[in-house]
Design a protein around this ligand. Structure first.
Ligand code: PMV
Length: 362
């Protein structure tokens, strides 16, 4: 795919108007099968599967201007305020994709990003931000093209992947898979594809209540975690496990069996943290409340039979997943038993979302 995108790269910004603005809103996603470990140009060691969220989104505004002496430079603001750390990440990303979008050198870019969810809340902002930024740049490119024959979302997912692996899945709505997986013929390591057709109708909306246990920035970043997988003692076993789990999850969805679905999802969450615990050096992102919440969810499921399970991202906050059918019963349980375990009673209620939305073009 990369060589095709290089060959169709647009050399200059001739076709663009003098100035303009593009705005994309793109969601975060929560992985059901975890991507953990990467190689080369952000290729995943194992296939992953996720659900895009509805309310937890990033909004990226990209303003461009042609005839200015600031051509070839970028200014970045997060929620209207300059942010050097974030800007460095954006600069690095734009440098990385420069070969695919040579016309960017003719433009001065002003990027402003904002999120509908708080930072470090257990909702992945890199997935929503990088996917929104990739969509903005691909939209610009599409405009400069006279003969565009790429699949727009596939290309945006490919570009989002180069910014953050999990961002490749945010370009798709609902359920998305990324990473070559023998059980799924359309899957690819280069971009994510929709997985929604494999989800039964009654499970196409899954609620996700994120119980905030700790909102402080993570002690160990995901990129450090991916790196530690390179020489991990369990690396090959993990790759095998993820491939088996994705197959088991596909089967569980096709037979609409919540017990098996929750079994695989929880196994993935705990395995992710087991890999962190057993890496070298090992580290712990779980907290006491994380474990108390997990115990409470399992006990509640046993007693009530409700369609509920949990997953974890690379942090202590717990994502409580439950079906539309179980909503009322589960939310009463969350309110009564889980809320007191949350930091400042903080819970983010979200659910399956439809995917990115183009809000404004020129
Ligand atoms: O996309 P990254 O590099 O932020 O890695 C994401 C890793 C996990 O969130 C832990 C799992 C996943 O598949 O999203």
């Amino acid at each position: 795919m990369g060589t095709k995108y290089i060959s169709e790269a647009v050399a200059d910004a001739g076709f663009l108007p003098e100035k303009g603005k593009i705005v994309w809103e793109s969601p975060s996603n929560i992985a059901l099968i975890k991507y953990w470990g990467k190689y080369g140009q952000q290729y995943p060691e194992n296939p992953s599967l996720s659900m895009s969220l509805k309310k937890s989104v990033s909004i990226v505004e990209l303003r461009f201007r042609k005839n200015t002496d600031k051509k070839g430079t970028v200014d970045f603001k997060f929620e209207g305020i300059e942010n050097q750390q974030f800007k460095q990440r954006v600069d690095k990303y734009l440098y990385q994709i420069a070969g695919y979008f040579p016309f960017l050198k003719d433009l001065y870019l002003e990027i402003n990003s904002s999120n509908t969810f708080p930072h470090s809340s257990g909702v992945a902002s890199s997935a929503s931000f990088m996917s929104a930024l990739a969509l903005c740049i691909c939209t610009l490119e599409k405009f400069t093209h006279q003969t565009y024959d790429s699949d727009f979302y596939q290309k945006a997912s490919f570009m989002a992947r180069l910014g953050s692996g999990s961002a490749s899945r945010s370009v798709l709505g609902k359920f998305a898979a990324w990473g070559k997986n023998p059980g799924f013929s359309g899957s690819s390591d280069e971009y994510a594809v929709s997985f929604t057709e494999f989800i039964p109708e009654n499970l196409r909306i899954i609620h996700d209540a994120v119980i905030i246990v700790n909102s402080a920035p993570k002690k160990v970043s995901s990129s450090q975690g991916h790196q530690l997988m390179q020489n991990h003692f369990y690396k090959q076993a993990r790759i095998q496990q993820a491939n088996t789990n994705i197959f088991r999850l596909m089967e569980a969805f096709s037979s609409n069996n919540w017990e098996s679905i929750s079994d695989v999802i929880e196994n993935e969450a705990l395995s992710l943290h087991a890999l962190m615990l057993s890496s070298s050096p090992g580290y712990i992102l779980l907290q006491q409340q994380t474990i108390d919440i997990i115990d409470a969810i399992r006990e509640f499921r046993k007693v009530s039979g409700a369609q509920i399970c949990f997953t974890l991202d690379a942090g202590p906050n717990v994502h409580v997943l439950y079906t539309e059918k179980a909503k009322q019963q589960v939310e009463t349980f969350i309110d009564k038993e889980l809320k007191p375990l949350a930091e400042n009673n903080h819970i983010i209620y979200d659910k399956t979302g439809e995917g990115p939305v183009l809000k404004e073009k020129f």
